[in-house]
Design a protein around this ligand. Sequence first.
Ligand SMILES: Nc1ncnc2c1ncn2[C@@H]1O[C@H](COP(=O)(O)OP(=O)(O)OP(=O)(O)O)[C@@H](O)[C@H]1O
Ligand SMILES: [Mg+2]
Length: 204
Amino acid sequence: MELEGTNISFKYPSAKNYILKDIDMHLDNQKIYGLIGDSGSGKSTLCKILSGYVNKYEGEVTLDGNKLPQKEFCPVQLIYQHPEKVMNPKWKMNDVLGESWDVNDELLSEFGIQKSWLTRFPQELSGGELQRFSVLRALNPKTKFLIADEMTTMLDAITQVQILDSVLNIVKERKMGFLLVSHDMDLVDTICDEKIYLKDINKV
Ligand SMILES: Nc1ncnc2c1ncn2[C@@H]1O[C@H](COP(=O)(O)OP(=O)(O)OP(=O)(O)O)[C@@H](O)[C@H]1O
Ligand SMILES: [Mg+2]
C-alpha cells in the first residue's frame, strides 16, 4: 500500500501566496507516520489534498499508482480536525454514519458511542462525542489509508488513549496505512515510527 504525493503545490483562491509548494511524500502501510508542523502551516490542507477532498491543486496524489477516485468512495479517508464542519446539520447521526457504512454494535461500543446518540443531530452532541462518529465513519472496510488530523484534540486524556488504541488495532488488523497529524510530540513519539516535519518537505 503506497500513498504518494508528487510535486504538490497549493494556494487558496483568496490568498496571495502558496501555502504548499513542491511537496513530495511517500507513505506506505509498513510504518505509522506522524506529520508535525506549526499551526497554520498547512497540515490540514495537505491532509485534504492527500485524501481527495481538494481537487484543484498542482501535482499528483496516487494510491498504489492510481489516482484517487472523484466520485466513488475514496480509499484514503480523513478524520477531520473539526468534525462539526463536515457533517450535514440536517442529518441524524444514524444517517451520517450510514452514509459511509453499516457499523456493527460491537464497534459502536468499542468507540463508546451510545445508541441514543444515533437519533440526534450533530449539534446535539459534544465535540468529543461527534469525533467518535467521525473516526468510525472513516473506518469503512474499503478504507486503505487513514489520515487522522488532530483527531483526539477534543477528547480527554483517557478517552484519547482508548480511541487511538482501537484505531491502531484496526489499522494493524486490516493492514491499512496511517498518518497521524498532531501537536502532541509525546503522542507522536509514542505511536509513530517516522516523523515528517512539514517545514522540511514544504518549499514555500
Ligand atoms: N478555506 C480557506 N481559505 C483561505 N485560507 C485558508 C482556508 N483554510 C485554511 N486557510 C489558511 O491556510 C493556512 C493553512 O491552514 P491549515 O488549516 O492547513 O493549517 P494547519 O497546519 O492545519 O493549522 P492547525 O495546526 O492550526 O490546525 C492558514 O494560514 C489558514 O488560515
Ligand atoms: Mg489543522
